[in-house]
Design a protein around this ligand. Sequence first.
Ligand SMILES: [Zn+2]
Length: 1113
Amino acid sequence: MIRGAKQPLTNNLNTLQKHRDITIGRLEKFIQRGEFDDVNLNTVLWKKRSGKAVVLEVFPVPDRKRISFEEAMKGEYKPTNVGEWFGPSFSTFWFKVSIEIPADFEGHQVLFEFDSGTELMIWSTDGVPITGLTGGDNDEDRHVDYLLAENAVAGQKFELCLEMACNGRNGINNTDIPEPDMNKYWQLRMADISVRNKLAQELLMYFKLLLQLVKDTPQEWQINSDALYCGDSIMNAFRLDDDEEEHEGFEMALAEAHGIAVKFFADHQKGGRSLHQIYAIGHCHIDTAWLWPYDETKRKSGRSWARQITFMKRNPNFKFTASQAQQYEWVEQKYPTLFKDMQEFEKKGQFLPVGGTWVEMDCNLTSGESLVRQFLYGQRYFESRFGKRCTVFWLPDTFGYSSQLPQLATSAGMKYFLTQKISWNNINKFPNNTFKWAGLDNTEVLSHFPPADTYSGQCTVGEVLKNVHNHRDKAYSNKSLYLFGNGDGGGGPLYPMIERLEVLGNLEGLPATIQTAGPAEFFKDLEETSRDLVRWKGELYLEFHRGTYTSHGLVKKFNRKSEILLREVEFLSTLVLTNPHKKNSDFTYPASELNRLWKLVLVNQFHDVLPGTSLKLVYDEVMDFYRDVEASGHKLKNDALRALFDTGNLTSNSGLKQAIAVINTTSWPIDATVVELNMSELTPGVELYGSSTWRQCSKDGRALVYVNDLQSGSLQSFALGNKPSEFVPVIVQRIILPSNSSKQTDSDDFIHVTEETGFEIENKFINAKFDQHGRLVSLYDRESQHESIIPDQLGNVFKLFEDIPTGWDAWDIEVFHLQKGWDAKVGLATVEEAGPLRVILKVKHPLTKRSSLEQRIIITAADGMIEFDTKVDWHENRLCLKVEFPLNVNCDFATYETQFGYIQRPTHYNTSWDLARFEVCGHRYADLSEYGFGVALFNDCKYGYSTLGGIMRMSLLRSPKGPDGTTDMEIHNFRYALYPHKGSFLASDVVKKAYQYNEKPIVHPIMINSSLLFNTEFFRVSESNFVLDTVKVAEDPRGSNQNENVDIVLRFYESYGGRGVARVETLFNIKEARFCNILEDLEDHVTIEDNGKTLVIPFGPFKVVSVRLLAVR
Ligand SMILES: [Zn+2]
């Protein structure tokens, strides 16, 4: 085996984030003598060497005389050897040298090398001085070789004479200053013939220059990083040969290393690669709503883009890029002639659509499916109006980037990504500008953060320099993108900016050239010329604006509820089209209305709207949009439900019984649940309660019904007369808490009670103890036999924190808020409902003088979850309200749901990167697990979490005063739940429970003949980690006859980070099944088994898998 032969390196090894100083140290060692010179370049500078071929005789000239050649020839010569000493200072020795070329030197260029440590002259035997040598250790002085033969012949003989002077080039001490040592002796170190390794010696020369470029040019120069990268690459290519067999590999490696050096110097001739290349593009960031309402943005877009069109007409070299399909649609509707101009200049390559999304959306809070729709609606729009899709995913200003974006952007046809917002980090500087961003599932997108750190460049000399100086990946690329033009409120480039760039474009003295180019052109060039790019894995967490997970709670709640509602409408409407029990030929899938409602949801996900950082004026309009979605969505949902259960031609109720239809839209079964019924929806006279111990009427007069064994993706009917099997009631009792559980808190403001009483609530799954204020003393999980709450601490405690950031009021909650928090005032709990289906403790906390909180703590007979149904009347100034659970779990990281998966973040502040994540975003669940046990916290509309050690906190409300002084000053209703589970997170059903906590079964009262009770399972997915998330009709349904076929899109995701093959059974009669991307483009066929009833779908960790089914209607 040839060890030295070049082995292909894996990608990862070559894409290290290299540490500059360590790399320079490595380079220095490559050419240094001394330590390591048996394994560095020095050891291969010579191919052959022989001392035996050289025979020496010496004649010492007496009395430090300097004699002529002729006199010297008369001297008396005696044999001598390497190792002998010669002196004293300033004396002279003459040598006669006889050399015979050995056989193995035949054909080589042969040198004579003589190092006496002193100066000497080489003479021919007939008295002609040939050349002077200088021996010694100083590399810059040393010259000890003489070319003996260009093409040596074996047996060839050479005779030379040497005149050795016992002094160095600079005297005896090699310096003039001290008194010379007149009795110094020099040892003859070398008298050899040798064959040079020409490539290695040239490489040494190149390598010394590279090291000088690294050390002696300014670090921000392009050539500096290039030289460092080149030296490092040479060392990676270089291999030593240990023995004969490996020699071939060594020669190849040396030639490769030499070639790298040669190419470097060829590429870096004047005007070459050492100039940084800036690609400049005009841009105009228009916030879709922020310090102005949507209606003004319509006019801003028109004004800004019309101006840019005039510049394009004036200057055919000017290019401009604009994102956000929503803004294009507004301009198309409001300014049709301008829109025609935009289309015309798009064709000319000057007006360049970018981004591929509906708006530049928030990516922390939006659901996975919402992100899909941002791309779907965005790309469909661009394609329909410009005949092409965007290739660059563009989000310069969003407050953090989900780890699923690389996969989703790629699925939407975009392999390039741009932002600059991470430069706003207020704790750690992000280490890269050009890199590969790898998502949760390892999909990679080529990413660029413009090093000018702005999307509103002003075309100044300073910004041109910043492009070069601040570029952190110059070793891997010499290109950067520069966005110029006024932004945020629109405007865009001014004409003098364009002119300035043209003047600066090729100016001598600036370390960069500037050319105009569109984003796609830039990324394509970047892709082709960059090398060994560093990889960043996982989310791009913005270390700033952490308050946006919480500010404006109602917007977040409406967004979550709208996402759920539209999912339900799509799911139910698709079922109507495919229900095998009922042909509804009248029913039309509400495609255009769904389209309209989705667009309202999507526009409100803009990166200053959903985060809660816009004016009140904006939110008035935003709430109108959401109310429209809520009302119209519910109408569509009811239309679909009626179509599903229409009793149509039944004219009398005779023989019919009251029942309920329960629809489980999730892809998991539900063991048991308690559903609520509004009595007014039931047929008058229905007997529900009687004396049964397994039924319950709520305090507000609603019927509670226990239903069990709900199948996945199913419609199931339940007659309201049958007792469920295996029913164990939930019970509550008043207890005296043990004295050691009278907990200390930070507050003295208790409402005083005379005895330490509390409540114990128990069902089949858990035993929970609360103190008299509704705070959790103990939560015992009966299956795992674990206690969930840290002993002597309290859960469900409300904490208030002073929340005054250093600026950016609605945006920022700053790290120091954690230093200044206290317990809110508490009230007394009472029992509101006492079982058997449900126990409710009710408590009202005064919180502060201005605000109060009312909570219903709910435990049902159905599962081991404690729900906290919460209402807060909130009127604070720069306070943040959190709820706290001290969980009896030891783990260095907590798990938070993100789009189509989860992300784990530290529960400690070891490093500045850990500390920076003191407040993080999570979706429906956060979980803290150790081996064998864990506790999850669910919510129905909250997103801000912080976990330190075992203390998990959820941020409930903030009270910033800018830019909307009324932010969150209202009544809030939200729910959260605590769920202990056996097994760690990966072994738990947390994903399912959190999902079902949000996607509750839909309950629809029906009248039915008992013989017609139905149980229709539409979907059954064999793998519980593979989630069926979306069921909808395709945007462009196939087939001419819509009455016969339905074109259905199913979207799944893998939720735990595992792989496998799922068998998906459906009731549909499938004609064809194809995989598709998120734009619904058809891809490969899906294997179908069981006569068209079962799809066989392989999947990988965190993969989003979309399938299009053509089903018979
Ligand atoms: Zn913005």
